[in-house]
Design a protein around this ligand. Structure first.
Ligand code: KIV
Length: 264
């Protein structure tokens, strides 16, 4: 899927789907499922590295995982997260950092945007790098916000988020992730702006939905927020399979002669 087809699907009113991947194997499976886009999300600091925040993500690590994901796909839109503080220091540095992600194979980047970033985001877009904004709950700013709580519940926050979404739409982002905001707010924003809203914990009125694939597949059994729907109990399936391997080896049922090479 190209950005052009992404926009066309939005204009046609068909909900868009986005899932995370951090390696070629998962990326290939997502492409086989005809999901509209793959996000190389900095959530990989949780799922891949086992950290409690995304703040430690570096540009080098994101480039590494973006290359791996891009090796697994042929035509799916790949969006790479710009890590914390890689799009905040200056326009020049942001352009260089985003270029590294595009040269790693991503077709677009995603940034957790504050109003102070708007000139930088606009410049990226002017230079031909498609940008997805991410507003509402912004995990990269967890140390400032103090937790992963609902955003946009107060009147002033609602007004700020609506204004920021409109400004992002006006400067030409190709989508805005709305994370953990009230359903009524995501509807207001979705109805007002000219680009798709992609919700996570933002209710049914967004133009599309994104989830972390590990959560969708039940690989994070201790993480069960209200917004999540799990489609597989992969933790149980995988541990059962691993136990079966161990049992087979210990009971000498694997390998059999059929699994070996005969030197003739
Ligand atoms: O890093 C990530 O996976 C994300 C999604 C949760 C939207 O930003």
């Amino acid at each position: 899927m190209s950005i052009i087809r992404w926009k066309k699907k939005y204009q046609d009113g068909t909900p868009l789907t986005l899932l995370t991947a951090y390696d070629a194997t998962m990326a290939r499976l997502i492409e086989m499922s005809n999901i509209d886009g793959i996000l190389v999300g900095d959530s990989l600091r949780h799922t891949f590295y086992g950290d409690s925040t995304t703040v430690k993500m570096t540009l080098e690590e994101m480039v590494y995982h973006t290359k791996a994901v891009c090796n697994g796909v042929q035509h799916t839109l790949v969006i790479a997260d710009m890590p914390f503080m890689t799009y905040n220091i200056s326009i020049e540095e942001t352009l260089k950092n985003a270029t590294q992600l595009i040269q790693a194979g991503a077709m677009a980047v995603k940034c957790e945007v504050r109003s102070s970033h708007l000139p930088t985001i606009e410049r990226l877009i002017q230079e031909g790098i498609p940008v997805m904004g991410h507003i509402g709950l912004q995990p990269q700013y967890v140390h400032e916000s103090g937790g992963y709580t609902l955003k946009g519940a107060q009147a002033n926050e609602k007004q700020q988020l609506t204004q920021l979404a409109n400004q992002l739409s006006e400067i030409g982002v190709f989508g805005i992730v709305l994370e953990k905001v009230p359903i009524s707010l995501s509807k207001t924003i979705t109805d007002q702006i000219q680009c798709p809203t992609i919700g996570i914990g933002a209710g049914p009125h967004c133009s599309g939905q994104v989830l972390v694939t590990n959560d969708v597949l039940g690989l994070t059994p201790n993480f069960s927020p209200k917004f999540l729907k799990t489609y597989l109990d992969a933790s149980t399936l995988i541990t059962n399979a691993l136990n079966a391997f161990k049992d087979d080896v210990e009971s000498k049922q694997f390998p059999t002669m059929d699994h070996g090479y005969v030197n003739e």
